[in-house]
Design a protein around this ligand. Structure first.
Ligand code: PRX
Length: 573
């Protein structure tokens, strides 16, 4: 088999085997002062600690988009986030309140998010592409009392329907400000706020700081709740896996609306005190290569879809940029095809390191490391301090080579602590005693490497984003022409999967390309652009169980021209 051997350098994780045998999470606690005081705040550790330890003048954030180009030191970010913390306090926010952040990437987003964490609030980051219904579902479920947003996005917040939502804080000039008590100017409130660090709330390790909504295969999006203690793993994987060092310029391409954009777009790099690049705006190969070139990025964390789009770009795009600053490349979110690893080796002369984890796991769990061989196509091996295995449905561990449930021994630091307001859902993950069951199917080989085989539910991974078919189906049937809808992921060379909808029309409606477009626009305007079915196929009726559930596995079999399997529960009337 093809193996890419480890590099010859010195790495933060030099001896994987030894570390697996000797490592204890208690060792990491000693890096932080709270190991003595018992009280902590992840935002303090992320920003202020560096200032208090003499690294205040170091560049923390390099931000740019089409119109702006700015940089901030750790001292500057400390002052700004302290000021935001005072502002939240002045507006009545206190420990445990849910504060949502609904903004495009900008320095203001990072300040708003960390400032809220400083006062002990639980932040809920929302992807900027979310439309009204997606926003509403999340604010409703979490009973959020505040949302921070921008003039362009504010109209998507249906505040009349959200009795718990007391304040809509708008960053930038908006004619909404002052139109009711709910709409408040963030710039004004910031200007009135103090900038000392007395607003920090010292909390317990087990207190919550973030709520990431993510999709499952049934039901509404779920609020995955993480606690301050997760920082141990953000910090340590920043060393072992991202291999972060003092002089690194690090770029994680994910938006903070998704967990990668917070755990590794904010906490992993800044807990380790490195310079963090944030590039606003949309993806284009030229822009991305340009960003690496402009900032001399050394460590780059991205996703297979992006790598595949770069692969497909004209060679000149690559040639126009100097990418020689890169030292270490990583990937997450979907299977990393061996072909992409080979491409990375050809163009960057570097190995792309796959990492596996989930919103629910809070931080990386199964990874490839600079000091270990890479088997292209494999996700790698568990980090030290974490045990992973393949188990059958009864919890029996399976031998190498056998496919089964990818499961993790419970108790790692960044593990989710609850699903907001939904204990039954939370318990489903832990149905096998002692294990967290991921919902992924995988196998392990003789050398302990894990190989991803697929999801064993209907969750769709498209362009690195996780989409639940249920939310899209529910929205589709709200369209006047749609009687029934079933949504699946269809394999796609670039995006991993695209969203495909099978639709049965109501009487009186005829299928047409115009209708398809109309339905796509409907989803885009009500839910989100990334939730739009790129393909729609009309059917007279959809396969359903006798209890009326759409059988997505039959739709998948139709799509892939595969046998439909056991249809005994299907309603054939
Ligand atoms: O199916 C796995 C896939 O992404 C799912 C988790 O999605 P999300 O919570 O959105 O988190 C994505 C980034 C942390 C997993 O259940 N997935 C994640 N990483 C990989 C992966 N599939 C294959 N290879 C990976 N490296």
């Amino acid at each position: 088999m093809e193996i890419l051997e480890a590099g010859q350098g010195t790495y933060q994780l030099q001896d994987y085997q030894k570390e697996r045998e000797t490592f204890d999470w208690k060792q990491v606690e000693k890096a932080f002062s709270w190991s003595e005081t018992g009280k902590v705040n992840i935002a303090y550790e992320t920003i202020d600690r560096h200032v208090n330890e003499g690294r205040g003048d170091k560049k923390a954030l390099l931000y740019s988009d089409k119109n702006r180009e700015e940089s901030y030191t750790f001292s500057e970010l400390k002052e700004k986030t302290d000021q935001a913390a005072h502002m939240y306090r002045n507006l009545g926010i206190s420990k445990g309140d849910r504060v949502f952040i609904f903004m495009p990437r900008s320095p203001e987003l990072y300040v708003a998010l960390l400032g809220a964490v400083k006062v002990g609030a639980v932040v809920g980051p929302l992807f900027e592409a979310f439309m009204q219904d997606a926003v509403k579902a999340r604010l409703e479920d979490s009973e959020a009392s505040m949302i921070v947003t921008t003039p362009d996005l504010v109209s998507r917040i249906p505040h009349e329907d959200l009795p718990h939502l007391k304040t809509i804080l708008i960053s930038g000039d908006s004619d909404k400000t002052g139109s009711s008590e709910k709409f408040v100017s963030m710039d004004e409130k910031l200007a009135e706020a103090d900038t000392d660090d007395s607003a920090i709330e010292w909390v317990d390790l087990e207190d919550g700081f973030i709520l990431h909504y993510t999709s499952g295969s049934t039901g509404k999006p779920k609020g995955v709740y993480h606690v301050h203690k997760a920082m141990l793993q953000h910090y340590q994987t920043g060393k072992w896996v991202l291999d972060l060092r003092e002089d690194d310029v690090y770029w994680c391409t994910a938006d903070p609306g998704w967990v990668t954009g917070t755990s590794y777009g904010i906490f992993g790099p800044w807990l380790n005190g490195v310079t963090n690049v944030v590039r606003g705006g949309r993806f284009s190969p030229d822009d991305w290569y340009g960003t690496i070139d402009k900032y001399n990025v050394t460590v780059w964390y991205s996703a297979p879809t992006a790598f595949r789009m770069l692969m497909a770009a004209p060679q000149e795009t690559l040639k126009n940029h100097d990418l020689s600053s890169l030292r270490h490349i990583l990937s997450v979110g979907e299977p990393l095809n061996p072909e992409v690893v080979r491409w990375g080796w050809d163009v960057f002369n570097l190995r792309i390191h796959d990492t596996w984890w989930m919103t629910e796991t809070g931080a990386m769990l199964i990874c490839n490391y600079p000091s270990e061989p890479i088997k292209p196509g494999s996700m790698g091996k568990p980090i030290p301090g974490v045990d992973a295995s393949i188990v059958d449905d009864h919890g029996n561990e399976l031998p190498p080579g056998e496919m089964g449930n990818l499961a993790i021994k419970t108790g790692w630091p960044a593990q989710m602590r609850k699903i907001w307001n939904n204990e039954p859902k939370f318990n489903e993950y832990f149905a096998i005693e002692g294990w967290y069951v991921s919902g992924d199917t995988a196998y392990r080989d003789e050398d302990g490497y894990f190989w991803f085989q697929g999801r064993n539910d209907d969750v769709i991974m498209t362009a690195g984003e996780r989409v639940g078919p249920f939310e899209i189906e529910s929205k589709l049937v709200e369209h006047e022409a749609v009687a029934e809808a079933g949504v699946i992921g269809k394999p796609d060379e670039i995006r991993g999967h695209i969203i495909k909808a099978f639709i049965a029309l109501r009487e009186g409606y005829e299928e047409s390309d115009e209708l398809k477009e109309q339905i796509q626009k409907f989803i885009k305007s009500e839910l989100a652009a990334h939730a739009v079915p790129r393909e729609i196929e009309f059917k007279d009726k959809l396969p359903k169980t006798r209890s009326g559930k759409i059988m997505r596995r039959v739709l998948k079999a139709w799509e892939l021209d595969e046998p439909t399997g056991d249809l005994s529960t299907m309603d054939d009337n």
